[in-house]
Ligand binder design. Structure first.
Ligand code: T4K
Length: 404
């Protein structure tokens, strides 16, 4: 790791990169290898690999207890969890979602011939703006999917009020919010149901995986049927379904990662504290806050580049990438601008002012158990030097080669 003392030390100016191996956003957090191999041996001995095996059942029970919710239905990934929950809830016609989310939230609707209608976000929380949601309601609207972006809860009370007033269904995409709470209630307890993602890059992973959390017995039963082709016992299909099952190997990874979860949260929190103290003092840079009175997983380090910043977001990203620090522009440019939705609604951006602004100004930085204070200080050192030596936001925008 190099020390950055002057502009000449930056890779963007020709110096060697700070890291030989890339620093990723989303490097998996791995639990105890020996414990995992013990589970793997048990799976080999038992020859029970999938179809609601004992490890899946144990994982479901532990995740439900952790979130103090009645049911956890494990799935093969977060997207299928979304699709199954959407069907179980009976959504149809149009469903209001934020454009500022991972594309899976929109795809899970579109894939089922339901139209995602994009509402704008609040510029501080990055979550759905209830006023914009109200403005998007039409006679075809059947529901709202709120997203707890960055693990910070969507405005659950306001969205529930709107849903009640217009007789709409409400569910949440809680893919980022494993282990998070809102007003002392763990996620999983809001709306009709909430979905989780356990993808490799998530704070808690099962290689690939996901789940639906709900307190609704009937819905839980339906979703259990739906994830297994609608089978009720052998040779008896009583419901339309798909294959959304989690494997035993995935559940084994979940069990070891659940044992490691406190350490992951602590590592993320320490990285967040270091990033915040190093970056918030810079002009025009702000690391978004978490509500410290609540449970947080601190999974995403989200940096906003605001107007006073002397250089552009894309130039900072370019400088970081040159150092092999693979910072991301999540969720640029917003779902509404991605081809399938841009083709459907070419003008939807007109109503998404905050979405567009935030998507243009966010950088997500590496964190997790593979990152520590020294690495964070190298990342922030690069940003310090870029800001100190590359004044002139407009001029720099012209110099960037990033696709804008
Ligand atoms: N709703 C929301 C709000 C979501 O954010 C997501 C997923 C979903 C729904 C759907 O859940 P899943 O169906 O995925 O369970 C990543 C993830 O693929 C995606 O799961 C996640 N959100 C999204 C926010 O991020 P990419 O395409 O940006 O990143 P990816 O997969 O290329 O990986 C990022 C970095 O991590 C890479 O630079 C390499 C590193 N990496 C990745 C993998 C897979 C590793 O070091 N090891 C690995 O095994 O989407």
């Amino acid at each position: 790791m190099k020390t950055i003392k002057s502009a000449a030390d930056l890779a963007i100016n020709g110096a060697p990169p700070a890291f030989e191996e890339p620093l990723h956003v989303g490097r998996p957090n791995m639990g105890d290898r020996t414990a995992f191999l013990k589970y793997a041996n048990e799976i080999f001995d038992r020859r029970w690999l999938t179809n609601n095996g004992p490890m899946v059942q144990e994982l479901e029970q532990r995740i439900a207890e952790y979130h103090k919710v009645k049911h956890c239905i494990a799935m093969s990934n977060g997207t299928i969890a979304l699709e199954i929950a959407i069907r179980a809830l009976g959504l149809e016609g149009e469903v209001i979602i934020p454009s500022y989310t991972f594309i899976a939230t929109a795809h899970a609707l579109h894939w089922q011939a339901i139209t995602p209608v994009f509402a704008d976000i609040d510029p501080i929380s990055h979550n759905l703006d209830p006023a914009s949601v109200r403005a998007m309601i039409t006679p075809r609207t059947s529901g709202i999917i709120g997203v707890h972006l960055w693990g910070r809860c969507a405005p659950v009370e306001e969205l529930q009020e709107i849903a009640d007033e217009f007789n709409l269904k409400l569910m949440f995409d809680a893919a980022h919010a494993f282990a998070c709470s809102y007003k002392d209630t763990m996620i999983g307890n809001f709306g009709a149901c909430e979905i989780l993602s356990f993808h490799a890059t998530k704070f808690f992973n099962t290689f690939e995986g996901g789940a639906v959390l709900t307190n609704d017995d009937e819905m839980a039963q339906t979703m259990r049927l739906m994830r297994n082709f609608g089978f009720d016992g052998v040779d008896n299909v009583i419901h339309p379904g798909t294959n959304g099952k989690m494997t035993e190997m995935a559940a084994a990874m979940g069990l070891v990662n659940l044992d490691a979860i406190d350490g992951v949260i602590e590592a993320n929190k320490q990285n967040y504290i270091t990033y915040k103290s190093e970056l918030d003092k810079l002009p025009g840079i702000h690391v978004i806050d978490f509500d410290e009175s609540q449970y947080n997983n601190y999974q995403y380090i989200v940096v906003e580049i605001i107007d006073q910043c002397p250089v552009s977001r894309d130039f900072i990203i370019q400088a970081l990438h040159a150092e092999n620090i693979l910072a991301r522009k999540y969720f640029w440019p917003g779902c509404h601008s991605m081809k399938p939705y841009r083709d459907l609604f070419p003008h939807s951006g007109l109503l998404l002012k905050n979405t567009i602004k935030i998507a243009e100004n966010v950088i997500v930085l590496p964190t997790g158990t593979t990152i520590n204070e020294a690495l964070v200080k190298t990342v922030t050192g690069v940003i310090h030097m870029v800001l100190a030596t590359h004044q002139g936001r407009q001029q720099v925008i012209e110099q960037t080669t990033l696709n804008h």
